[in-house]
Design a protein around this ligand. Structure first.
Ligand code: DC
Length: 234
């Protein structure tokens, strides 16, 4: 197979990364969490004491950053930041960081480089619309803000991160607003994406629904490849 792309987009807490990981394991596909890349940039901006009234200043610092992804670990300039990119502070700042055009250009280019020609599942906000508009499977996951905040709150509690449900709900609403109203690649459903509301679904149910779509596209895809039979037109 010459590469097969599954794009999973949706707002914060809709279950994207948990479901994408389950699916990547099931199909033996590579998984790329693109949100983690924006989070690494947010962590760098915090460390560099960026003036948050001017997030565009981050463009000047772009040349100083190298982002590496190895298995499930994330490295910013060689340092393993897998845990530190999940704090509430980084989570909050990742939204303004992702509005900066130069940041998006750099990360989208890296995402395309990683994904090209592979069997891969990517999750994010703009995968089906901008990064891989030609993806074979496009999913748009949604869930109510209250349900998404409850999931995040539970996650933070399990990690002993101090916060209230109300704070998490406010952060979710705030990020929804920034992510969907920004000028550069706002969060929106691609016209050919399948929307799935996970509010009342378990992870297994949502993964099962997406698996059915992947299976059907994989059948079409591999059979159309067989018709070509390796015949090359020069
Ligand atoms: O999925 P996440 O919560 O880890 O994403 C963190 C932030 O990064 C989120 O507020 C929006 C942004 N993001 C983006 O703009 N485009 C992506 N492809 C992925 C994430």
């Amino acid at each position: 197979m010459k590469g097969f792309t599954v794009a999973i987009d949706g707002p914060a807490g809709s279950g994207k990364s948990t479901i994408a990981k389950v699916l990547a394991k099931k199909y033996g596909f590579t998984y790329l969490d693109t949100g983690a890349m924006y989070r690494m940039m947010a962590l760098y901006a915090i460390e560099k004491r960026l003036d948050w009234n001017k997030p565009g200043d981050l463009a000047r610092l772009l040349g100083e950053t190298t982002l590496d992804i190895r298995k499930e670990n994330f490295f910013l300039n060689g340092e393993d930041v897998t845990r530190s990119i999940r704090t509430p502070e980084v989570t909050e700042k990742s939204s303004p960081v992702s509005t900066v055009r130069e940041v998006r250009e750099k990360l989208v280019e890296q995402q395309r480089r990683i994904g090209r020609g592979k069997e891969i599942i990517l999750d994010g906000r703009d995968i089906g619309t901008v990064v891989f508009p030609e993806a074979q499977v496009k999913i748009f996951l949604v869930a109510s803000p209250e349900e998404r905040a409850a999931r995040r709150f539970k996650e933070y509690r399990e990690k002993n991160i101090a916060c209230t449900y109300e704070e998490v709900l406010e952060d979710i609403r705030n990020r929804d607003r920034i992510d969907s109203t920004r000028k550069e690649s706002p969060l929106r459903k691609a016209v050919d994406a399948v929307e799935i509301d996970t509010s009342h679904m378990t992870i297994e149910e949502a993964a099962g629904a997406i698996s059915a779509l992947i299976d059907s596209r994989l059948r079409d895809y591999t059979s159309s490849e067989n018709i070509g039979g390796g015949h090359e037109i020069l």
